[in-house]
Design a protein around this ligand. Structure first.
Ligand SMILES: Cc1cc2nc3c(=O)[nH]c(=O)nc-3n(C[C@H](O)[C@H](O)[C@H](O)COP(=O)(O)OP(=O)(O)OC[C@H]3O[C@@H](n4cnc5c(N)ncnc54)[C@H](O)[C@@H]3O)c2cc1C
Length: 307
């Protein structure tokens, strides 16, 4: 980890915040008049929760420096907090995050919806590369709280769209309506950002709930009374499937419906989530009461097992 270098400030009687970094007001002024602090030694606060956070980043240091400079020369620029947006490259993968993680959102007391959205950044014929987007939203307000992405390309562009959306307090329902740039060399017709909004909206207010891989694993371990439907073709099921799942491929699912218990907790899945959602739709339309789609499908389930 990283610790703020605050020795000099402490000796000068400057107050530290709860994070151990120098406490500043919105104009970067410390508790001592005309003494300003900015960058890695200064505390900032979360744009989502309003709570003090310590996120020492060059992007933030730069803003803080400008604000402090503006203030000491008579300006009124104000620091507006951070999402802690960060990005790094590890070999051929890009990893990025913004806003709250699932754990942070739970610690803050939010009732959350979480999705794992696996989508290519471009169409296949333009050599699109899959990325995994994990997004966290507040169930009550629909507000997007945080996003993490890992993938080979196109991650930087998506995380910045999400950071912008969270900054302006977008709800997941708003993401679908974003007029994002599309042409095949750059994106898919429905951008992964838009899909993320659709998946979370389906979960929060359109009666198409998601179940995380971890939740399903727990239910299976506890031997809960549950039907798990693998909606992929038989060949994929035979290759690998979730233990205890029955193979009812999406295209023939309607024919098997009468053999299933409509009252029983049911989880559908496919490889990544889209066909699982289609199977979920069929079951709900046929009167099944408690049908969940496995978030991120079999692919994400395997990743969870591996980790
Ligand atoms: C390896 C690495 C990679 C990073 N990559 C990224 C990235 O990709 N993106 C990102 O946003 N951030 C990144 N950061 C963080 C970013 O570099 C810092 O947040 C940023 O430089 C902080 O700026 P600053 O001006 O507060 O401090 P610094 O850049 O550390 O500058 C402080 C200066 O004060 C000097 N100094 C210290 N004590 C005294 C003293 N008593 N008297 C006089 N001078 C003193 C130091 O020598 C230093 O030059 C990275 C950091 C590291 C270490």
């Amino acid at each position: 980890g990283i610790r703020p270098n605050v020795e000099l400030a402490q000796k000068a009687g400057i107050e530290l915040g709860v994070t151990g970094a120098i406490k500043v007001d919105n104009g970067m002024q410390t508790n001592i008049k005309d003494i300003y602090a900015c960058g890695d030694c200064a505390e900032s606060y979360s744009l989502v929760t309003g709570r003090a956070v310590y996120r020492p980043l060059g992007s933030t240091a730069n803003k803080m420096g400008r604000i402090a400079g503006d203030r000491v020369t008579g300006g009124d620029l104000e620091f507006r907090g951070v999402l802690g947006t960060g990005i790094f490259k590890i070999f051929d993968k890009t990893v990025a995050q913004t806003g709250l993680t699932e754990r942070e959102a739970l610690q803050e007391g939010y009732e959350i919806s979480v999705c794992h959205n696996i989508k290519p950044d471009k169409p296949e014929y333009f050599h699109g590369e899959e990325m995994l987007i994990k997004a966290v939203a507040d169930r009550k307000s629909g507000r997007l709280l945080g996003v993490q992405i890992i993938g080979k390309s196109g991650v930087d562009k998506r995380i910045d769209v999400f950071a912008t959306a969270i900054t302006f307090e977008a709800r997941v329902q708003d993401l679908f309506h974003l007029d994002l740039a599309y042409a095949p060399p750059f994106s898919t017709t429905k951008d992964p950002v838009i899909y993320t909004g659709m998946i979370l909206t389906n979960d929060i207010e359109r009666g198409r709930p998601l179940m995380s891989a971890r939740e399903l694993e727990e239910k299976l371990r506890n031997n809960d009374d549950i039907t798990v439907i693998d909606a992929r073709v038989a060949k994929q099921y035979e290759k690998s499937h979730i233990e205890g799942a029955v193979n009812l491929p999406h295209e023939s699912l309607r024919e098997s419906i009468d053999d299933l218990d409509r009252e029983k907790l049911t989880v559908t899945y496919c490889n990544k989530g889209v066909t699982g959602n289609a199977a979920q739709n069929i079951l709900i339309n046929k009167g099944f009461r408690k049908v969940y789609n496995l978030s991120g499908g079999h692919k994400n389930y395997l990743k969870m097992r591996k980790s």
